[in-house]
Design a protein around this ligand. Structure first.
Ligand code: GNR
Ligand code: NI
Length: 167
């Protein structure tokens, strides 16, 4: 297992649209294991392959308190969405920024598991938010891009100042 470096906004590679996985083989399973280790170490409740500069449609999520519910989604698609909820989101690629985003309250997702087997999952609340946040990453979208231009510009300025200090 290995810890993978996480891309930070505004890295343009975060806007890459990830390609579907043709076959869930050992190299994909290694990527899944490394992503899970990286997510737990960060710590975060989700990680998309895009964030570690691998542009394949692979996501790991664990919203449990004790790292006991690892969810692996390969080639995920949302096949149903219901309702709406607003939650203050954060992102490992945008550290220190927390902003409210509106998303579906519940989603049904279809994906492949780590053995390449297709499954469906109904999710609501935080898990539903996380699934939507991670699939956005695979489509090259970062959560702050839902905010107003004014808020986004303020965040960009703040991140640029922080990058100057830490550089
Ligand atoms: O760790 C994370 N927490 C979080 C909180 C609210 C909404 C979404 C998230 S996902 C984030 C990890 C991450 O950046 N995944 O892409
Ligand atoms: Ni994120």
């Amino acid at each position: 297992m290995a810890l993978l470096p996480i891309l930070r906004y505004p890295d343009p590679r975060l806007h890459t649209v990830a390609k579907p996985v043709a076959k869930v083989d050992d190299s994909i399973r290694r990527l899944i294991d490394d992503m899970a280790e990286t997510m737990y170490e960060a710590p975060g409740i989700g990680l998309a392959a895009t964030q570690v500069d691998v542009h394949k449609r692979v996501v790991v999520i664990d919203v449990s308190e004790d790292h006991s519910e690892l969810l692996v989604l390969v080639n995920p698609t949302i096949i149903d969405r219901q309702g709406a909820q607003v939650c203050e989101e954060g992102c490992l690629s945008v550290p220190g920024v927390y902003e409210k985003v509106e998303r579906a309250e519940a989603v049904t997702v279809r994906a492949l598991d780590r053995d390449g087997k297709s499954f469906e999952l109904e999710a609501e609340g935080l898990l539903a938010i996380c699934i939507q946040h991670e699939i956005d990453h695979l489509d090259g979208k970062v959560f702050i891009e839902y905010l107003s231009q004014l808020k986004l510009n303020r965040i960009k300025t703040k991140l640029a100042k922080k990058a100057r200090i830490t550089a």
